[in-house]
Ligand binder design. Structure first.
Ligand code: UN1
Length: 513
């Protein structure tokens, strides 16, 4: 293990002999294949350990099930107190955890810190929520009856996360689950196991010191292939599987969970568009487009992938974007001033080049997108983010490539822009840049954007945790994080209480015995 990583992980409560399974703060060996972890910054090894195998899942599920029996009866505000303490620990260890995020997935320091901040924010949100797990009181049609709802803990939750938000997405799920009374079993991406170990180290050490929390509240199982994820997904003891990742992954998870009539919360691909109207503030538009399209090296599910520009401002926008893209500081993400770090791996690079080749074949004009080898660490895959001028009908535009490619499309009238915008299989996030109130409202209306996130004069990426996060169509329909997403992690009971000595039946039915 590299010395830096070893020291940081230790400071976060992870034992030096890396193990792939953690039941609370008890780390266990796995019986799966060896997993080599390399940094996308320079391709150098960060660590190596034996991963878990599918048959290691049962013991973790059993432990989580047992812990549920105790945790579900701990009062909500007390569960919130645990999450408050996890949030405080994250505040103390923000830099250390962000460093692991940068080293393991190549995020620039600012974005890695932002990701840990997102974890802290969801902790705060969850603490407040722990006193607000409200049910309704409903008017009963029967005399001297009361109808009411309660929200009860659901059970142990399976959480599957992707490499690109290797810590925040776990926190969105785990912090809500904890306050809702549920333990968590986390199956992270095999591309980001150290981030997962670090989070587990932090959470488990707080849990261990917390009087009424069972140790197996927070659990981790790291696999090296699909089999571990499949075993988690198939476990009948897990009433909810929350999965973030690609559409094919989500389709497989959705079908398996449906077969056992479990619940799914899916957050899958995006192919996010931004409409630029002629009245738009062009300076704001260009700045927000560059952050959304080139930031995180195009590897957010909310990344801007399609810029739909009115013909009157098309040339000006294109000119400004090309000029900015040409000057984007690309390189070691831990260096100050760098805005674009590396792609996650060689596969990401290949699929980016493949998409650019297809775009050319389909009549696209490609600007940039080439590999960058100068002024960057050797061994990493660095690219200059690409801009592609292309017809909106080109098939490649409907596809999500997880790399920094921005398709730029032209429109004439606003209705056409909305039609182009919605003509993709994915439905995560969207934006319109306009100073015309009618266009803005139209975009937000039922006949406007068909996405789960619909923004005006701000790009599609970088959402706050307070809103519900997720989208429609192939994005999977799930909502995580803020608003009432907590309801996914609980089961609702409807109670009818009769405080009379009569027995009036609903719907006025008479049944005299
Ligand atoms: C993701 O890419 O999986 O809205 C999540 C955003 C971030 C979360 C992205 N807050 O871009």
């Amino acid at each position: 293990m590299s010395r830096d990583v070893r020291t940081i992980l230790e400071s976060l409560g992870v034992p030096t002999d890396l193990e792939p399974i953690a039941v609370g703060n008890e780390w266990r060996t796995g019986s799966g294949p060896e997993l080599q972890v390399t940094s996308p910054i320079d391709g150098k090894p960060l660590a190596q350990f034996t991963a878990a195998a599918a048959n290691d899942v049962t013991e973790v599920v059993t432990a989580a099930e047992e812990s549920f029996r105790g945790w579900r009866t701990v009062p909500g505000p007390r569960r919130g107190e645990l999450v408050r303490q996890i949030g405080n620990r994250l505040r103390e260890q923000k830099e250390a955890l962000a460093t692991i995020v940068s080293l393991e997935v190549g995020k620039i320091t600012q974005e890695a810190l932002g990701e840990v901040q997102e974890m802290i924010d969801i902790c705060d949100f969850a603490v407040g929520l722990s006193r607000q797990l409200y049910g309704l009181t409903i008017a009963s049609e029967r005399p001297s009856h009361r109808l009411m709802e309660q929200w009860h803990p659901l059970g142990p939750i399976g959480v599957i996360t992707a490499f690109n938000f290797p810590v925040a997405v776990w926190a969105w799920n785990a912090m809500l689950a904890f306050v809702c009374g549920d333990p968590v079993i986390w199956k992270p991406s095999e591309k980001a196991p150290l981030c997962a170990m670090a989070c587990q180290g932090i959470a488990a050490s707080v849990i261990a010191d917390f009087d009424d929390a069972p140790p197996a509240l927070s659990n981790l199982i790291i696999g090296a292939d699909r089999s571990v994820g499949e075993a988690v997904v198939d476990a009948p003891q897990l009433p909810l599987i929350s999965a973030t990742g690609s559409v094919p992954m989500g389709r497989a998870v959705g079908q398996r969970v449906a077969a056992r009539l479990g619940r799914c919360l899916l957050e899958l691909g995006g192919n996010n568009g931004m409409i630029v109207a002629p009245s738009a503030d062009l300076e704001l538009t260009v700045r927000s487009a560059v952050f959304a399209a080139a930031g995180t090296c195009g590897q957010r599910c909310t990344t801007l992938r399609r810029l739909i520009v009115h013909e009157k401002v098309y040339d000006e926008i294109l000119k400004q974007l090309i000029s900015l893209y040409g000057r984007l500081p690309i390189g070691d993400p831990t260096e100050q001033g760098v805005l674009v770090g590396p792609l996650i791996d060689g596969d990401a690079f290949e699929s980016m080049q493949q998409a650019l080749a297809e775009a050319k074949q389909q009549g696209g004009m490609v600007h940039f997108g080439e590999r960058v080898t100068e002024g960057v660490p050797e061994g990493g895959l660095y690219v200059r983010p690409a801009i592609v001028e292309i017809q909106s009908e080109a098939p490649i535009v409907r596809q999500e490539t997880f790399a920094p490619i921005l398709y730029i499309l032209r429109y004439r009238d606003f209705e056409e822009a909305i039609a182009i915008h919605n003509d993709v299989p994915q439905g995560l996030s969207s934006a319109v840049m306009t100073n015309d109130v009618r266009e803005a409202e139209r975009f937000c209306s039922p006949a406007g954007s068909d996405c789960g996130i619909v923004n005006v004069n701000v790009g599609p990426s970088g959402a706050e945790i307070g809103g519900a996060f997720g989208g429609e169509k192939e994005t999977g329909g799930g909502r995580e994080s803020g608003s009432d997403a907590w309801k996914n992690y609980m089961r609702r009971t409807t109670n009818t209480i009769n405080y009379s000595s009569d027995l009036p039946l609903a719907q006025g039915i008479r049944f005299d015995v």
